[in-house]
Ligand binder design. Sequence first.
Ligand SMILES: NC(=O)c1ccc[n+]([C@@H]2O[C@H](COP(=O)([O-])OP(=O)(O)OC[C@H]3O[C@@H](n4cnc5c(N)ncnc54)[C@H](OP(=O)(O)O)[C@@H]3O)[C@@H](O)[C@H]2O)c1
Length: 265
Amino acid sequence: MESATQRGFAQKYGPYALVAGGSYGLGAAFAEGCARRGLNLVIIARKKDALKATATRLRNAYGAEVKTITADLSNYDDVKKRVSALGVDIGLFVYDAAFVPIGPFADATEADLAAAAAVNVKAPLLLTKLFSGPMIQRGRGGIVLMSSLAGGQGSPNLATYAATKAFNTILAEGLWKELSPRGVDVLVCTAGAIMTPGYEQAESAKPAPGTLPPSTVAETTLGALGNGPVVVPGAVSKIGRFMMTRLLSRRSAIGIMSKNTGGLS
Ligand SMILES: NC(=O)c1ccc[n+]([C@@H]2O[C@H](COP(=O)([O-])OP(=O)(O)OC[C@H]3O[C@@H](n4cnc5c(N)ncnc54)[C@H](OP(=O)(O)O)[C@@H]3O)[C@@H](O)[C@H]2O)c1
């Protein structure tokens, strides 16, 4: 049976949540958290099979209506057209997908840098614009952008990715203040390591201390909606962020980050 908390969540953020990058890993955990709280879903990803499997699982488990869009978020015009064609009201927008060019900047291709800008900056920015307008008109809604501890300072060999995550943090913080008086909750999740397929692929060594399962990050984040501007899931990440952004000089923080990321190739 639906609880009062669930009903409150669905009234504030329904009828549909759109999760950009919602087919597996953290994105699927966000989609599941939304379905559990009584929302219908639109989920976007590139690989059709994983998208369909997640949609079927959420329909069966929660009775949610789940619409899928197989698309590449680097193509904003295509995504906008297909989202608009669905004709549904998006009350909660979660931007989860990211492109992570790893390795020395000197070796990065223009195509990789352009993809990072398109997937990590242009798409969350323009989709936030697209969905926030109707939310402001309705006087209610929610927006969650995913960021990373890597975006708190320069991160050697992840410099472009880290800079795109800093963009999301700063965008969400500004919009939190602008939009909360208009009924729209904006939140940025500044996460440390999360045990997603993407993380497992990139990390050959054992997981970093404090690595969290996707479900913990998604639940902590959805639970913090309305209590922005920033959520940092997990005690280890909270301490790490405080140290890196508040206690240490920029040089020292970049130096510490470099010990973790400087060897990435
Ligand atoms: N994993 C970590 O340790 C970690 C740490 C801090 C912050 N974060 C942040 O958390 C978020 C998710 O992390 P993750 O990378 O581990 O991913 P994830 O949530 O496990 O999976 C990525 C999702 O996005 C989709 N996706 C990726 N690129 C896409 C594109 N160009 N167009 C459409 N869909 C796309 C994927 O499906 P398809 O592949 O089928 O497209 C999948 O559904 C990111 O914003 C990341 O910056 C992650």
